[in-house]
Design a binder for this molecule. Structure first.
Ligand code: FE
Length: 236
C-alpha cells in the first residue's frame, strides 16, 4: 500500500460550511475550501456525498463558507464536525445570523463569511467538488484564521472518516510525547471524535468534578464534543 504521509504536508484552513433547505439549517466543518478564480471570483469546496450538507447544497445550489477563528474550541468544532444534521439541529444552541444567501453562519468564532452560488460541480468518487461564484462576502470578526495543523496540533483534533484528508488509524502516527503522557489515572479517548477525557480535569461542564476516574463517571454521561456514550471510549 502506498504511503500517503507526504500528503499530510499539504496545508489547509478550517471552515464552517452553512447550508439550508427551507426551514432546515445545517453546518459542517470542511478543510477543503479554496479560491479558484479571481474574475469572476469563484471558490471551491469539497463535500462528502454521505454528508447532509451535500444533500442541501445539491438541492439549493447555495452555501456559505465561514472562516473559523483560532478562538474556536473543540466543543464548538465538534458540534459541526462530528454530528450529522440528519440527526440533530446543529444550530439549536448556537447563536447565528443568516447570510444574504439565507444560509446560517455562527455569530461567534467566525472571522469572515463567503456566500456561494454553485455554478459547477465535479464528481470525485466519494466527494463532490462544488465550485461557486461568490455572491457576497464580509468580515465578521477579528483574529487569526484557524489552520488545519493548528486544529490537529494545538487542539488535538481528529479527522472524521468523511473528510477528504482522513487517514486510517494504521497511518495515524502518534507522537512520542503523546505516548509518554501518562498520569496516575488513565485517560480515555472518544473513538468517534478524538476527545480525550482527562481525569485530572474532569468535565466540569458535564457535571464531572476534576479528579474523577473514567470508571466513576455516571453511565448517562456523554462525550462533550460529539455526544456519544461512555461505551464509545477507549483507554488512551
Ligand atoms: Fe466524542
Amino acid at each position: 500500500m502506498m504511503d500517503t504521509t507526504p500528503l499530510f504536508t499539504i496545508t489547509y484552513g478550517l471552515y464552517v460550511v452553512g447550508s439550508r433547505s427551507g426551514d432546515k439549517l445545517n453546518g459542517q466543518i470542511s478543510n477543503t475550501v479554496f479560491q479558484v478564480t479571481a474574475d469572476p471570483v469563484k471558490v471551491a469546496v469539497s463535500i462528502s456525498k454521505a454528508e447532509f450538507t451535500h444533500e442541501l447544497i445539491s438541492r439549493t445550489g447555495k452555501c456559505c463558507i465561514g472562516v473559523l477563528s483560532e478562538e474556536a474550541d473543540m466543543t464548538f468544532i465538534g458540534n459541526f464536525g462530528f454530528k450529522s444534521g440528519r440527526d440533530v439541529d446543529k444550530f439549536a444552541a448556537i447563536p447565528y445570523t443568516l447570510a444574504p444567501s439565507g444560509c446560517p453562519m455562527p455569530e461567534a468564532n467566525i472571522l469572515a463569511y463567503i456566500d456561494l452560488e454553485i455554478c459547477n460541480s465535479i464528481d470525485v468518487d466519494t466527494h463532490t467538488v462544488f465550485i461557486g461564484e461568490v455572491t457576497d462576502c464580509g468580515i465578521t470578526g477579528e483574529g487569526t484564521p484557524m489552520t488545519y495543523s493548528y486544529y490537529q496540533e494545538v487542539l488535538r483534533g481528529k479527522t472524521p472518516p468523511t473528510a477528504p484528508s482522513y487517514k486510517p488509524a494504521s497511518q495515524d502516527v502518534e507522537s512520542e510525547q503523546e505516548r509518554k503522557e501518562e498520569s496516575a489515572m488513565k485517560k480515555y479517548v472518544c473513538n468517534i471524535c478524538g476527545y480525550v477525557y482527562d481525569p485530572e480535569k474532569g468535565d466540569p461542564d458535564g457535571g464531572i468534578e476534576p479528579g474523577t476516574a473514567f470508571e466513576d463517571i455516571p453511565d448517562d454521561w456523554v462525550c462533550p464534543v460529539c455526544g456519544v456514550g461512555k461505551g464509545q471510549f477507549s483507554e488512551k
